[in-house]
Design a protein around this ligand. Structure first.
Ligand code: PLA
Length: 410
């Protein structure tokens, strides 16, 4: 007799809600309309709305295949050539912090896994310390710190009235946080608002963090995607390092090298001495080992090959400028279409002012629902659209959808 389907021991397990970002892609896939458009996840598409594998990635992979590389385990901290390349890309190849051995770099499972490792480190070595997260922020930040058991609260960031930065609110909240807090900062191209502090504001943020004895924890998921320049997009991080502040930085190659599925990134701790760096690195490894043992090799080799080869590196920069440029072009077209179609005189210029992959439209939840239910345009419910998933050909349709949702849905 086979066992009957009795009461499951898993009966108490409830249904989890769909993920606010990746769940949008699931809903998109289920939609059979020809008009459908996925502006949910921040993944780059060509004008034909197809995924793009960069030429430099193909060239690096060809090289790897030809050299007949093996599938041995990487060390816990990852591929040495990758760790060197990624720290240099972040801080600059001539960075004194690197030369002095003050940077502890451990390869992570892309941006998310690197943030998670950083969070586990905070939980273990700074028990009770709070992380301050911008309001709003990337939908996964809170999950990451929750699951690592790190308490967090929010600092003001976005001012809906000006569709800009609430700099005073931000500074007041950082000031009020207990000394020794970690301040999570988006290195560039803030997700979801597309609004970054100015260089002068970054200086003031650094002043305050230093004064309060806090530590900055940078999330750098879009280096190269804000301005098109890898160096310029790292200015915020480099400013803190130049001032001698200790920081944590999570990096991701999902967007700038289009390596989404390879899960390649890093966690870096820039500290006061090489002695401390060695110890911090040893503890990051100790945290990684029981979580996933050691990281995957393929993406690490791609990054090491691209960054470590002058010709490929130049080609990468050109490809990134092309991607950032295409996003700027659709941004402009969307703004033009919104401004011409909307006869009410509403100022849509915030679309142009925002930077990076996204536009934060100000559409509320009901309006976002209308976008998907009526127009088959999928976006996150916080009103964010990914311009990286938009083509010039679809701008006019999208503008119609936004105007309808904005004026006809409360
Ligand atoms: N940090 C920020 C600010 C991000 O926006 C993302 C990705 C990550 C980290 C992590 O990406 P990674 O793990 O792939 O390196 N945000 C995406 C995708 C693009 C996602 O939600 O996972 C987004 O649509 O917001």
């Amino acid at each position: 007799m086979t066992l009957a389907a009795g009461v499951s021991k898993f009966e108490a397990v409830t249904m989890a809600p769909p993920d606010p970002i990746l769940g949008v892609s699931e809903a998109f896939r289920a939609d059979t309309s020809d008009a459908k458009l996925n502006l949910g996840v921040g993944a780059y598409r060509t004008e034909e709305l197809q995924p793009l594998v960069l030429n430099v990635v193909k060239k690096a992979e060809k090289k790897m295949l030809e050299s007949g590389e093996n599938k041995e385990y990487l060390p816990i901290e990852g591929l040495a050539a990758f760790n060197k390349a990624t720290a240099e890309l972040l801080l600059g190849a001539d960075s004194p912090a690197i030369k002095e051995g003050r940077v502890a770099t451990v390869q992570g499972l892309s941006g998310t896994g690197s943030l998670r490792l950083g969070a586990a480190f905070i939980q273990r070595y700074f028990p009770g310390a709070k992380v301050l997260i911008s309001s709003p922020t990337w939908g996964n930040h809170k999950n990451i710190f929750n699951d690592a058991g790190v308490p967090w609260s929010e600092y003001r960031y976005f001012e809906p009235k000006t569709v800009g930065l609430d700099f005073e609110g931000m500074m007041a909240d950082i000031k009020d946080a207990p000394s020794g807090s970690f301040i999570l900062l988006h290195g560039c191209a803030h997700n979801p608002t597309g609004i970054d502090p100015t260089p002068e504001q970054w200086e003031k943020i650094a002043d305050l963090i230093e004064e309060k004895g806090h530590m900055a924890f940078f999330d750098v998921a879009y280096q190269g995607f804000a301005s098109g320049s890898l160096d310029q997009d790292a200015d915020s991080v480099r400013l803190f390092v130049k001032r001698g502040l200790e920081i944590l930085v999570a990096q991701s190659y999902s967007k700038n090298l289009g390596l989404y599925a390879e899960r390649i990134g890093a966690i870096n701790a820039v500290v006061h001495s090489s002695d401390v760096a060695v110890r911090v690195k040893s503890q990051l490894k100790r945290l990684a080992r029981p979580m996933y043992s050691n990281p995957p090799v393929h993406g690490a080799k791609i990054v090491a090959n691209v960054v470590g080869d002058a010709a490929l590196f130049d080609e990468w920069r050109a490809e990134m400028e092309m991607m950032a440029g295409r996003i700027k072009t659709v941004r402009q077209r969307l703004y033009d279409d919104l401004s011409t179609k909307d006869k009410s005189g509403k100022d849509w210029s915030f679309v142009l002012k925002q930077i990076g992959m996204f536009s934060f439209t100000g559409l509320n939840r009901a309006q976002s629902d209308n976008m998907s239910d009526k127009w088959h345009v999928y976006m996150t419910k916080d009103g964010r659209i990914s311009l990286a998933g938009l083509s010039l050909a679809k701008c006019s349709y999208l503008a119609d959808a936004i105007i309808d949702s904005y004026y006809n849905v409360q």
